[in-house]
Design a protein around this ligand. Sequence first.
Ligand SMILES: NC(=O)c1ccc[n+]([C@@H]2O[C@H](COP(=O)([O-])OP(=O)(O)OC[C@H]3O[C@@H](n4cnc5c(N)ncnc54)[C@H](OP(=O)(O)O)[C@@H]3O)[C@@H](O)[C@H]2O)c1
Length: 278
Amino acid sequence: MQRLAHAGASVRAVVRNPSGDVAGAAVIQADLLEVATLAPALAGIKSLIHCAAITADHKEPFPGAYRRVNAEGTRNLVWAARRAGVEKIVLLNGLGTRRGSDRSYMRTRWEMSEAVRNSGLPWVALQPSILFGDRAPYPAALARLARQFPVMPVLGGSRRLQPLWVEDLVSCLTMAAGSSQWDGRSIDLGGPDQLTYREMTKLVMDTIGVHRPMVPLPPSLARVPARVMALLPNPPLVPATLELFDFDNVTQPDVVEETFGFQPRRITDHFLANGLDG
Ligand SMILES: NC(=O)c1ccc[n+]([C@@H]2O[C@H](COP(=O)([O-])OP(=O)(O)OC[C@H]3O[C@@H](n4cnc5c(N)ncnc54)[C@H](OP(=O)(O)O)[C@@H]3O)[C@@H](O)[C@H]2O)c1
């Protein structure tokens, strides 16, 4: 928000539960599932950056929440955006978003994209791999596990991911919102490094100075534990999470430079200088 405001934009932050100021933005309350809240939130808005979702690292807050919020919520938002005269939608989705099977988490993410693609408005979808920096959830979850357990389960093992710095994603979002250059494209994004999940786990443990023996946990063996853990209030793993380990979470290493013209930050350099945050 601050970056957009510094660039001269008048920014509105749409949140479900306003609990304070958002630097650089006017705050307004709305909920994707409460259609009546969307019209005032979108009135006068030219570019809409849609980052709201129930993600696979969270247990559904109510049964069917992935579908309701991601798919139906996005359709509500698109409908309200058209009525409000919004001129462009920038969607934040995940790398490798695909159709998935009926009733999968992935299907709900695909339907988000479909709603935006079929909106009739200019659109662009940015689809990053795992993010790091600024309390990004995946490195923080690994750090929590390492601190809490004597051994470190490594889900995904030799599958790869391509971490992107949150601030670099913000640069791409800002550029995509301000130009028609990338309209009509779904762009997978990642930073300059491709790591295996095992290497990522080790990097996080090295960064926080906690070392645990790593134990491979193949996604096929994690299915039953994930179902059981989903009964807990804040589980580290739910069945939807496992869908993200079905494929390599990577794209071309130079995609940000090729597409947006700048060199994104390396995760190793960032962790060395800032730890997990920053
Ligand atoms: N973090 C990553 O590594 C990563 C990587 C790739 C893609 N992404 C994508 O980036 C987006 C944001 O992810 P994140 O990690 O920032 O997740 P997050 O922290 O859980 O943010 C999701 C946001 O959606 C809002 N939301 C949920 N239900 C809503 C509803 N009914 N109406 C309005 N807002 C609602 C939440 O509001 P509350 O705060 O009120 O709950 C929250 O602010 C997601 O689409 C995610 O898939 C993230």
